[in-house]
Design a protein around this ligand. Structure first.
Ligand SMILES: [Zn+2]
Ligand SMILES: [Zn+2]
Length: 346
């Protein structure tokens, strides 16, 4: 509403009026790159001064671990409520849960049997949390195949190093940022580095690239990749009767280290010769993930935008691109930068 009082004088109260009647919550935080929906909700709750358990009730979710199932499926009424109170578009909200990921079978389960060697639902890199201006949990940390940080080269953790409990989801009545252990209050950013041998980190990166690539090219639907990854404990000969997603991060690091010492047949044997060849190329170029990551990112962006293209399908030309890259790399003179991987890779 605007009141005009004489020529040239206008008193506007529209903005304040909008504030009074707005449904928006006082503090709005934007989701960060690759952030888990549950992590964003925890930050949103904290920014608005609401404890996690109470915030779950605001959203109409059962408190505790069941609320973390929003990472897999965001109910439509919760999405509408979040849209109304944060202004985040329904399109962005619907893209946050990992509902349609073909890699879903590789996600760590929300349930835990509490045993020391079994999995928890979420992992974290202390150094990533320490680097964050607003510490948050990444979507990639939910995958059982991810055991080391692609940025820092250290092993991930799945438990508080002080009290050995898993990260709680929406089970707290106190207002504490999510990078503090909900059980004992330990600052997870201060957790010490977990060492992972370089060959295992390299294999971890390759598996990550292969998964991303096959998810975006659609070959996952016909290949045996997911089952082969679930069977990694048996292939490694470490835990022959157990499934990868049931193991703790420490146990999966042992699997990765054992497999890194073996031939890669367990991963490259595939009916589709193109798919098998592509995996071998990625494994051969394991220390040069930026190129593969660039290709995958480009394909992901293209798929998200649904842009038409006159070029041949990427699945057909990717092996040629990677092959050419390898030939160039082999022909290039040696230099100190040539084999440099991510930070800490030796
Ligand atoms: Zn990290
Ligand atoms: Zn703790």
């Amino acid at each position: 509403m605007t009141i005009v009082d004489g020529p040239g004088i206008a008193i506007g109260i529209g903005v304040r009026y909008r504030d009074v009647v707005s449904d928006r919550w006082p503090a709005i935080v934007a989701p960060q790159h690759d952030e888990l929906l549950s992590s964003w909700l925890r930050r949103l709750a904290y920014a608005n001064g609401v404890a996690p358990r109470a915030f779950a009730r605001v959203l109409g979710l059962d408190p505790g671990m069941r609320a973390a199932s929003v990472d897999l499926r965001l109910p439509a009424d919760v999405a509408r409520l979040l849209h109304a109170h944060t202004g985040l578009s329904l399109r962005k909200l619907s893209a946050m849960p990992m509902t349609s990921s073909p890699l879903k079978p590789l996600l760590l389960p929300l349930r835990s049997d509490g045993r020391r060697g079994s999995s928890t639902w979420l992992q974290f890199c202390p150094r990533c949390l320490a680097d964050d201006a607003q510490p948050y949990f990444r979507r990639r940390w939910r995958f059982a195949t991810q055991v080391s940080c692609l940025i820092h080269g250290c092993g991930l953790r799945d438990r508080c190093p002080s009290c050995a409990n898993r990260i709680a989801a929406f089970d707290q009545d106190e207002l504490v940022p999510q990078h503090f252990c909900d059980i004992c209050g330990f600052d997870l950013r201060r957790a010490s580095n977990v060492a992972v041998r370089a060959p295992a980190r390299r294999l971890d990166r390759c598996i990550n690239d292969i998964c991303r690539l096959e998810a975006i090219t659609g070959s996952l639907t016909t290949s045996s990749l997911v089952q082969r990854l679930l069977d990694m404990p048996a292939s490694a000969g470490v835990y022959p009767t157990l499934n990868l997603v049931g193991l703790s991060t420490a146990a999966r690091i042992r699997c990765m280290e054992r497999l890194a010492e073996q031939p890669v047949n367990w991963l490259t044997t595939e009916d589709d010769a193109v798919v098998a060849h592509r995996r071998r190329l990625i494994l051969a170029a394991g220390g040069h993930a930026p190129l593969i990551a660039h290709i995958v990112t480009t394909l992901e962006r293209r798929a998200q935008r649904h842009l038409p293209t006159s070029r041949p399908p990427p699945a057909a030309e990717l092996p040629a691109v990677l092959g050419a890259y390898l030939r160039i790399r082999e022909a290039a003179p040696a230099s100190p930068r040539r084999n440099r991987g991510p930070v800490g890779d030796k």
